[in-house]
Ligand binder design. Structure first.
Ligand code: NOJ
Length: 755
């Protein structure tokens, strides 16, 4: 054998020692740069040994056999290709024993380059946390980082190197099934959450045993699919792209995200996968991004369907030229890159650049030193079901529940209730609580889900009688169960009704044109309300739903989303006041689908909605306001905002304005408030939104306690992309708004930015 792998070869020891000495010397100067340099040297030395075929292999990713997350291409020779060094990565391969077997094959290849194992670890691995949209409603960056940390710890213990998360797509259309996977409608909140998730997944550094590579997806503008239809086209101005859709991606770059995934959609006619402006010019150019870009599932080949490539050859040419480094499942790179090089259409340099980016990550993860580093059966056994992980899931769950309505302080419920009727199709459901994008680890008992029924049982004492009736299914017209439900309800002091959409109704390719609560569930509520008993409604969903009957008639509503493994306990904690709800909506809830897309940071327009009779931008049939606005969410206590102070009313470009406000907990319960700072540029060279979130603070206050919160406003917060797409702050008047939601503004005050 002519070529031997550099880092397993005894004969090469000398070189390694020399490089190590070099490394130590440079370390004294600059540790990080030295490390990077060292890895680069190692990458180059491996690259020099590689044939073109092996290089192309590194750019190739296949699906393994766990729950395919896209259309499969039958391939009986995956094993042969791995042994021949023709595969760089596998996705959907779970568990130490399975990843180990594949890795054993990979190191039988000539250069023994290890495989990367990727998976959609979206909201937990074995322990399922709330769906990302729910968690975003906690506005709790620390908790968000922690849940990602635990997900990474569990996933890495099960052989995974790489999660395809976070999804950082801004989403303003709740018909789109994937809103559940992101952080909602706002670029500021979305950026903060995106960074927290990356930090959580990647931990202190890649290569630590409990870190996985994160992946910012889907680059870009995937959330703006026309009509809320997954995979659909996106038509977008450059300004909107820069101001709203790109900031969360930039935040992940700043947080050190290891990889990016491009997206299925086209933007203004150019598929994102073959989009040079996005990947080469912005990501790898302007942002100087050094990680690698993976395509979405089959998206390289799908450029044929888009009509921008005649065949796989053209698709591969378009994607590699545009900066897509790895081809997920389409086999376009595998089947065409060699020919493209031979034909002089693609330079080896271009391929080398992609290969180097991928090898770099493999080195960073430590896979060249030990390809089985993450294949530790013992770790897999001990890390996956730790009680502290469940505890975190319970806390994260409670933090994600949004209290939408609480007439006459029906909630929290008393522990002295004699009887409670828990009714609805979701009361005893198990897996439903996991929402979309859950993971099941083969061979591990991953079914520890606390149902809502069990959660309630765990909470109440022996003196409270619990009654149950299903009432109806989630879908369909059958009302046969209503009579029993009403009978059960009549025997109870309080009714809790758990309804919503099925978990399979949100997620990838699960778009809905009608986002009301399906079936006869709201009719069941009507029958229960007719008993005259107080009813608390729990709404379980993966998106903002439309539920006007419930909103207008139920005395208390908790939006519980899908909360994961500890759903039942988290819900019970909130129902009985062991946890005072503090979440606030990360997405506007429409009155009906006709209002979509709906978001708070719209422009004022030339004919804003007023109460006057002048024809304006309103609807003739409903309000333009959402049912529940961005930033909205109640607590069992109340917060008073007072004493707004601005450090100055005139601010020079290089100065700052400090804005402070005192928040007092005026109610009976301890609780958390999310204080929100919005800004409006009153007159600009282009129209500016009526308000934009620019900062927030989540504070805990004991009943009766108060705290003064200070926000700092510098030029950066006042800047925007002008007509030439330059990032500028223009002198003039700005309005500061401090509020408890995007609508519930408690203070407004102007200041002026001067040169
Ligand atoms: C397609 C999805 O769009 C993407 O988010 C996911 O990571 C891949 N499939 C792999 O499952």
């Amino acid at each position: 054998m002519l070529f031997k792998p550099l880092f397993y070869n005894v004969n090469m020891k000398k070189i390694v020692i020399n490089i190590s000495m070099l490394f130590l010397a440079v370390m004294q100067l600059n540790n990080v740069t030295a490390q990077q340099k060292f890895i680069k040297q190692k990458v180059d030395s491996v690259l020099r040994l590689m044939t073109l075929d092996e290089k192309i292999g590194q750019l190739n990713q296949y699906n393994d056999d766990w729950r395919a997350t896209g259309p499969i291409t039958p391939d009986n020779n995956k094993i042969g290709q791995v042994k021949a060094g023709q595969l760089g990565s596998l996705l959907n391969c779970i568990g130490v024993s399975r990843t180990r077997s594949w890795q054993e094959l990979a190191i039988q290849s000539r250069l023994k380059i290890p495989l990367l194992f990727g998976l959609d670890v979206i909201h937990g691995f074995n322990t399922t946390f709330p769906i990302p949209l729910a968690e975003a409603c906690s506005w709790d960056l620390e908790a968000t980082e922690q849940t990602a940390r635990v997900a990474a710890t569990e996933a890495s213990a099960s052989g995974i190197h790489w999660t395809f998360a976070p999804m950082v797509d801004i989403a303003r259309d709740p018909r789109w099934g994937r809103v559940m996977e992101g952080a909602g409608e706002d670029p500021y909140l979305g950026s903060k959450i995106a960074a927290a998730r990356v930090k959580g997944f990647q931990g202190n550094k890649l290569g630590d045993i409990n870190s996985v590579m994160a992946c910012a997806k889907h680059f870009a503008a995937y959330g703006a699919a026309i009509g809320g239809r997954d995979y659909n086209s996106v038509d977008m101005s450059e300004r909107l792209l820069w101001e709203v859709y790109l900031p969360p991606f930039k935040a992940t770059v700043d947080a050190g995200v290891a990889t990016f995934m491009n997206s299925f959609n086209d933007i203004n006619g150019v598929p994102a996968t073959g989009n040079k402006m996005l990947q080469r010019d912005i990501l790898k150019g302007k942002w100087n991004y050094k990680g690698f870009v993976v395509s979405d599932w089959g998206s390289v080949g799908e450029m044929i369907n888009h009509g921008t490539a005649k065949n796989g050859y053209e698709a591969a040419l378009s994607a590699i030229t545009a900066g897509c480094d790895m081809d997920m499942e389409s086999r376009s790179y595998k089947n065409n890159l060699a020919k493209l090089v031979e034909d002089g259409k693609v330079s080896v340099g271009l391929i080398d650049d992609a290969v180097k980016r991928i090898l770099y990550k493999k080195f960073e993860l430590g896979l060249f030193d030990n390809p089985f580093k993450y294949c530790n059966e013992q770790r897999e056994k001990t890390e996956l079901a730790k009680p502290e992980h469940a505890k975190l899931a319970r806390e994260a769950g409670a933090k994600s529940i949004v209290l939408l309505k609480n007439q006459n302080n029906l909630l929290p419920l008393s522990r002295n209730l004699k009887s409670i009727a828990f009714i609805g199709p979701l009361v005893k459901a198990l897996k439903q609580n996991k929402g979309s994008w859950d993971v099941e680890v083969p061979g591990i008992d991953s079914n520890f889900i606390v149902s809502q029924w069990e959660g309630l049982q765990n909470k109440v004492g022996a003196n409270t009688k619990l009654l149950y009736a299903k009432g109806c299914e989630m879908e369909g017209n059958n009302k046969d169960g209503f009579a029993e439900a009403v009978e059960v309800a009549k025997q109870a002091e309080v009714i809790i009704l758990s309804i919503g959409e099925r978990r399979e109704m949100s997620g990838e390719a699960r778009n809905r044109s009608d986002i009301t609560i399906p079936g006869v569930q709201e009719e069941l509520l009507k029958s229960l309300l007719a008993t005259g008993k107080p009813v608390v409604v729990l709404i379980n969903a993966g998106r903002p739903l439309v539920f006007n009957y419930t909103s207008d008639n139920a005395p208390a509503i908790l939006y519980t989303w899908w909360l994961g493994s500890e759903a039942g306990n988290a819900i019970a904690d909130v129902l009985f006041g062991d946890f005072n709800p503090s979440a606030k909506l990360a997405m506007s809830f429409p009155i009906n689908v006709g209002q979509i897309p709906i978001y708070y940071s719209h422009f004022n327009t030339g004919r804003p909605v007023t109460s006057s009779k002048v024809p304006n931008t309103s609807y003739i049939d409903i309000s333009v306001d959402p049912k529940y606005e961005f930033g909205y969410g109640l607590s069992y206590t109340s917060f008073q905002y007072s004493n707004l102070q601005l450090s100055k009313k005139l601010m020079k470009m290089n100065e700052q304005v400090d804005v402070s406000v005192t928040i007092t907990n005026t109610g009976k319960y301890d609780g958390e408030e999310i204080v929100q700072l919005y800004l409006r540029d009153k007159v600009g060279s282009i129209a500016r939104p009526v308000k934009e979130l620019k900062d927030f603070r989540k504070i805990f206050l004991k009943a009766g306690g108060s705290e003064t919160v200070t926000f700092v406003i510098r030029k950066e917060k006042l800047s925007f992309y002008n007509q030439q797409l330059q990032w500028v702050a223009e002198p003039g008047d700005f309005q500061i708004m401090i509020g408890a939601s995007s609508k519930d503004i408690r203070f407004m005050e102007d200041f002026e930015l001067i040169r």
